[in-house]
Design a protein around this ligand. Sequence first.
Ligand code: FES
Length: 159
Amino acid sequence: MSDDLEKRIEAAVKNPQNLGEMENADAIGTVGSADCGDMLRMWVKFKEEGGRKVIDRATFQTFGCQTAIAVASVATEMLAGKTVGEAMSMSGEDLAAPLGALPPVKIHCAQLVEGALRSALSGEAAAPVATAPTLLQSFAGPKPGNLKIVLEQKDAPSG
Ligand code: FES
């Protein structure tokens, strides 16, 4: 990773923008990375502007690496004022653009942000936002009837 990119990521992580749950969000999306197991949730609020529905604000929470935090921070800044169509057309690379080009091993971190955004925007109309837990609450405890404990028993060595 280049020094410049590392510095920009560090700066974004030290002072992340739009971090945290949003009350009264219009849309919410959560995604997990198959590459690293990290998760990111994004909240989106819309407003009317010049007869168009645009993103007013976007916020995020993540159990992710520094790159994911940095990309989510700059991406949520960029999303304000965009229509759903404009936001949906942005790739992970576009969302990470203010940081600079990411190395191949970090591209999935930006895709985590892209995935959460797409998840929020595609489910926007029907998202049950009022009852959605925070990302932390999602992991805070077992959901009744949704927990299965399997004890694995290894055979005792013979002889
Ligand atoms: Fe998991 Fe970056 S390593 S999001």
